[in-house]
Design a binder for this molecule. Structure first.
Ligand code: ATP
Length: 347
């Protein structure tokens, strides 16, 4: 199912939780609603579910306005952070529950519940109660229960936040596998940029209820629309330095030099610095190393460019020492230029 949010605003008294949000999701896409705590992710998800109604603007499913449609009439499946399984029921009865509510004939209901349990790989756990399952297994039951009605839209609210780190990795791959197998349009709320980057077709990035960027993960990483996106996406985060843009707008430098130059913020990802070895031509900056961390293939350095702390990778064979001054350049096309006042991308 195709989803459109058209200038959706949601207010709670004087709080504007979602502010003029417009976005469109294609059928079969997995979209991550991403942003820091309080940015309006859950409120947006609840508006898709019909639990909250927009104060203004429209929510459309396949082109039809659904603002007034109640949750039970929206053909959605939802998985909450705490899974909300019925503790006194078996796994099978939990999965059957939505079909019982719809008065699906018993034989058909059983067939569908069993097939869905197999899809999420809990077919061997049907007689257990939720309390006898691991976190990951409970998560699978919640997904099966949400999908068994064959909804047109799957909504997931921070579904991985109650799992330990290893299980979180496993379950995010599982959610993607199940979503692709079922082919359902899915909206997934998370505050974890790495999680969003790793499984979403598209990321809708929010801050203070406002859309910051709507793009495929790689596009958002390569070409962040503003300083907020630049610093929210990627670990370690992008370095941001004071710089200047030449009067013709074509070259950015880390120090304001020529007259008429415009003050800007220049962003460089830790992997986009290169070392200008001694005597080998010019460098755009000099960084004094303050900390060296060896992590597998590369060495991550913390350093100072003037008063600004930066992070950069150097090849492990090269290494570096604390106190060493490194002459640096930026890979061609990898300097991101932003307006210091609005944060908007300039180049
Ligand atoms: P988190 O990651 O912490 O869950 P979020 O991005 O999902 O945050 P929301 O829960 O959507 O954020 O909240 C957005 C804003 O709206 C916050 O300022 C929050 O305090 C406010 N808010 C959310 N629900 C209500 C409500 N029912 N009544 C009043 N204010 C609310």
């Amino acid at each position: 199912m195709q989803i459109e949010l058209d200038r959706v605003t949601i207010q709670f008294g004087s709080v504007t939780a979602v502010d003029q949000l417009s976005a469109a999701f294609r059928s079969g896409e997995l979209v991550a609603l991403l942003g820091p705590s309080g940015c309006g992710k859950s409120t947006t998800l609840f508006a898709l579910a019909g639990i909250y109604k927009p104060t203004s603007g429209e929510v459309r499913f396949d082109g039809n306005v659904v603002n007034k449609l109640e949750p039970e009439d929206r053909e959605i499946g939802m998985v909450f952070q705490n899974y909300a399984l019925y503790p006194h029921m078996t796994v099978l009865d939990n999965i059957l529950f939505p079909l019982k509510m719809k008065r699906t004939p018993k034989r058909e209901a059983l067939e569908r519940a069993r097939a869905m349990a197999d899809t999420v790989q809990i077919g061997h756990l049907l007689d257990r109660r939720p309390g006898q399952l691991s976190g990951g297994q409970q998560q699978r039951v919640a997904i099966a229960r949400a999908l068994v009605k064959e909804p047109r839209l799957l909504l997931l609210d921070e579904p991985l936040s109650n799992l330990d780190a290893r299980l979180r990795l496993e379950m995010r791959e599982e959610i993607r596998r199940i979503q692709l197998q079922v082919g359902i349009t899915t909206v997934f709320v998370t505050h974890d940029q790495e999680e969003a980057m790793s499984i979403a077709d598209r990321i809708v990035l929010l801050q203070s209820g406002k859309l910051q960027q709507d793009a495929a993960p790689v596009a958002m990483y390569r070409e962040p629309a503003n300083l907020f996106a630049a610093q929210f996406i990627g670990t370690p985060p992008m370095n941001v330095l004071d710089g200047a843009l030449s009067a013709d707008g074509r070259t950015a430098v880390l120090e304001a030099a020529e007259p008429g130059a415009r003050a800007v913020k220049i962003g460089v990802r830790p992997e986009d610095w290169t070392l200008a070895e001694a005597g080998a031509g010019s460098a755009v900056a000099t960084a004094v190393v303050s900390h060296v961390e060896t992590i597998g293939r590369d060495t991550l350095l913390r350093a100072q460019i003037g008063a600004t702390p930066v992070r950069l990778y150097v090849p492990q064979e090269r290494g570096a020492e604390v106190g060493e001054a490194l002459r640096l350049n930026v890979r061609p096309g990898k300097a991101h230029v932003f307006d210091p006042a609005s944060g908007a991308r300039l180049a």
